[in-house]
Design a protein. Structure first.
Ligand SMILES: Cc1cc2nc3c(=O)[nH]c(=O)nc-3n(C[C@H](O)[C@H](O)[C@H](O)COP(=O)(O)OP(=O)(O)OC[C@H]3O[C@@H](n4cnc5c(N)ncnc54)[C@H](O)[C@@H]3O)c2cc1C
Length: 501
């Protein structure tokens, strides 16, 4: 009997890999908080797929490549797109109920920068909740799957440049060690590095930095997508407000009530996500910014935007009669642990799927609704690879030079200034957020100092988590400094895009 396959993370990528791998062997899922605490649960709009004759892989690949500012990996995009139908069939097989029309056909939404309607959704704008409902039910009833909640990965252990085990905190106190030769990292994104984010508290990017410390290569950390409109109320989560509201006629205004976006771009409120985010960011330096949806009227708000209306009301904002305080937010990390087309990292035995992976499909910016698709298709690839690699070591891992750059544990830097979680997140927002430049990034690096390192047994889980976030923040800042150009989501005011020169 093979030992259980260890999967860390219980979002779409972790659960789907577990369900597929569970057909062959026992699987142990570890997850940081509760089973459903994930970005997947929060996802709204839907999942992209080449579903019917009116669409084609070629068109989807071209849209994805263009959105990524030409930096995407065409082979990876093609692999994702050609498997999109199989991924949807698999999700449906697991019980996901996508929205259909009266004839029983799936409804396909047209989203920004897609040339065809190709986004399947569920419960209107509650796609993630439906995916998690179905996948958690499937995983919980699977005879081969065991799930441990409140289990936070603390270290990936290695021996001879290959995975040899893991250590994790259980219930924020005990440190438990398990031996294993292979594992799947599906720990999701890193929005919590910034003080404004759409991501839940579990999205700290820890898995990515732990993989790096174990010797895996990372890539594209400078590419972080910011979403222009999320609720901005003190001490409240930054609930995401769909861009479709502006499409329907809502207007962004400053504290004087002025609709200011035309001062930044002739397209005004309908300018691209990046332009709107930067304009709001600049205007927020002068005062609060609002999304005014009052002109849409009660009926439109109630029928087209029930989720947003309801959520805002819960936080005390009546959107039919008052403007919504907003901020841009850190939303999606395009970079992460570098993997091949089968989710293999450069560290032998470490597979990565979902937002924690840098598969190459997003390039410098993500096309809307491609992340759930990436998570599903790469979960399928990882499950296949794990089954195959047992029989033959992949060539990638025969090349010893790849893993010889093993990172030693960073040394404690006595002069590294102490930084609270909120100070750290504010500094990341100010200097490595929507608008970056050399001066600010260097200031940030000075503030962060060399990453202090205290092993998990010497500190609480919360302290250890902050240490990991700080280390990842430093790597992100170094990547942003190294890319002396503006590309996709990465905007350098000292290297503005060519059209602004
Ligand atoms: C508000 C919002 C709306 C979105 N809407 C869409 C959309 O409409 N379409 C789309 O395609 N994408 C959307 N996205 C992005 C998409 O949801 C994510 O990219 C995707 O769900 C990531 O899946 P994942 O399985 O990789 O990670 P997640 O779903 O985030 O799961 C990560 C898991 O890892 C666990 N974890 C983290 N660290 C550790 C640790 N140290 N130890 C143990 N466990 C750990 C977490 O608790 C969680 O269970 C949205 C994201 C947000 C935040």
């Amino acid at each position: 009997m093979r030992p259980p396959l260890i999967i860390v993370g219980s979002g779409l990528a972790g659960l789907l890999t577990a369900i597929l791998a569970g057909a062959e062997r026992p699987v142990l899922i570890l997850t940081k908080k509760g089973l459903k605490d994930s970005n997947t649960e929060q996802s709204q709009g839907g999942i992209a797929a080449v579903w019917n004759q009116q669409d084609s892989t070629q068109a989807h690949v071209s849209d994805t490549f263009k959105a990524g500012a030409g930096l995407g990996d065409k082979q990876a995009i093609e692999a994702m797109s050609t498997q999109s139908k199989e991924a949807i069939d698999l999700l449906v097989h697991c019980g996901v109920q996508f929205d259909r029309n009266e004839q029983g056909e799936y409804l396909l939404a047209l989203e920004g920068a897609h040339s065809r309607p190709r986004v399947l959704h569920a419960g209107g704008d509650a796609t993630g909740t439906e995916i998690m409902r179905a996948l958690t039910r499937e995983a919980l009833s699977h005879p081969n799957i065991t799930i441990i909640e409140q289990a936070s990965l603390a270290e990936i252990l290695t021996h001879k440049q290959a995975v040899s085990g893991i250590r994790y905190y259980h219930n924020e106190s005990d440190l438990i060690e398990i031996e294993c030769e292979e594992m799947v990292l599906a720990t999701g994104g890193a929005g919590q590095l910034f003080c404004y984010t759409s991501n839940p508290p579990t999205a700290t990017g820890e898995g990515i930095v732990l993989a790096y410390r174990a010797g895996a290569q990372l890539s594209d950390l400078e590419f972080f997508q910011f979403h222009p409109t999320a609720l901005n109320l003190k001490e409240m989560p930054n609930f995401l407000i769909t861009e479709a509201m502006r499409g329907a006629g809502a207007t962004i205004r400053n504290s004087q009530g002025k609709a200011f976006l035309k001062d930044y771009d002739p397209r005004g409120d309908l300018a691209s996500r990046d332009v709107v985010s930067r304009a709001i960011f600049a205007e927020m330096k002068k005062g609060p910014v609002f999304l005014d949806a009052t002109s849409l009227g009660h009926l439109v708000l109630k029928t087209r935007f029930p989720n947003v209306s309801h959520a805002c009301l819960n936080y005390g904002v009546r959107i039919e009669s008052e403007p919504i305080p907003i901020t841009p937010v850190a939303h999606y990390l395009m970079g992460g642990v570098k993997v091949d087309l089968f989710g293999r990292s450069t560290l032998k035995g470490l597979y990565v799927a979902g937002e924690a992976a840098r598969t190459g499909v997003h390039g410098a910016n993500r096309l809307a609704s491609n992340s759930l698709l990436e998570g599903a298709t790469f979960a399928m690839q990882v499950a296949k690879a794990i089954s195959q690699d047992l029989r033959q070591i992949p060539t990638l891992w025969q090349d010893q030079s790849l893993t010889q750059n093993k990172q030693t544990r960073p040394q404690t830097e006595p002069n590294a200034p102490p930084l609270s979680r909120s100070e750290f997140r504010q500094a990341m927002w100010d200097y490595a957020g929507i608008i970056r430049n050399e001066k600010g990034l260097k200031q940030l690096l000075n503030l962060l100092g060399a990453p202090p390192f205290h092993p998990p047994e010497q500190q609480t889980q919360a302290e250890y988590e902050l240490q990991n976030m700080r280390h990842l923040g430093r790597l992100l800042a170094l990547s942003a400094l190294a890319r002396a150009e503006s590309k996709g989501s990465h905007y350098r005011s000292d290297y503005p895009p060519l059209e602004e020169n």
